[in-house]
Design a protein around this ligand. Structure first.
Ligand code: GRF
Length: 219
């Protein structure tokens, strides 16, 4: 019996190039998933347009002045409910989520972050990597837990920082890798190969010692 496709919701705030990588992977069957909804907190997010073009429900949920985080997240959960997502992917969603929302999707919410976590959680990672003269940089896909950018890591893309790299060149190179590792992690989840068990990442029935590593070509 073939497995039914996994229902995935993607949350974004901007460009949506990672969303596009998921759309493309689902289209050419590298990923057996149905992207059922895309939600942005910003109406101008280009990712919403990408979703519309792909025939996916593109939803904008603005934060209302005076509304607290829990209220926004309750509205978000309500907006997603009719789409009944089995997996939520944070792909450049620039809001911190409340513990209740995270709990609702425990073990079924992934985030992509532009650094080699646990190094450089938070914002402005390319600048911080350059300032710290780090030899390596990259991106991480991890399960989302209540602590920001600190959930169990699944897969990382690694690249060597080159002399002459700038925040722009690093952003560009990191994006290339993100578009490889995010569809891969989502496809593992959709195939039933990836899960979170008692805080450990299980891939193909085995607990990972550390994230799967993918190096930039030529590294
Ligand atoms: C990515 O670098 C991702 O790691 C971070 O936000 C960026 C989103 O890029 N969380 P895009 O909107 O997918 O192009």
């Amino acid at each position: 019996m073939t497995r039914p496709t996994t229902r995935v919701a993607v949350l974004i705030s901007g460009e949506g190039s990672n969303l596009q990588a998921l759309i493309d992977a689902a289209r050419d069957a590298r990923l057996r998933a149905d992207i059922v909804a895309v939600v942005s907190n910003r109406s101008a997010a280009r990712g919403l347009e990408r979703a519309r073009t792909a025939g996916i429900a593109a939803l904008h949920l603005a934060a209302i002045r005076g509304q607290d985080r829990a209220e926004y997240d309750a509205a978000l959960a309500k907006l997603l409910a009719p789409y009944d997502p089995e997996l939520v992917v944070l792909a450049g969603f620039m809001r911190i989520l409340s513990p209740t929302f995270i709990e609702q999707f425990a073990g079924r919410m992934l985030n992509i972050h532009p650094s080699l976590l646990p190094q450089f959680p938070g914002l402005d990672t390319h600048r911080r990597v350059l300032d710290a003269r780090e030899p390596w940089h990259g991106a991480t896909v991890h399960f989302v837990t209540a602590e920001l950018d600190a959930g169990p890591a699944i897969i990382q893309y690694r690249l060597r920082v080159r002399a002459g790299d700038t925040t722009e060149s690093l952003a560009q190179r990191v994006h290339v890798g993100e578009h490889i590792i995010l569809p891969r992690a989502v496809s593992w989840f959709a195939a039933g190969r990836l899960r979170l068990a008692s805080g450990s990442v299980m891939l193909d029935g085995r607990a990972l010692d550390g994230p799967v590593s993918v190096d930039e070509e030529g590294t």
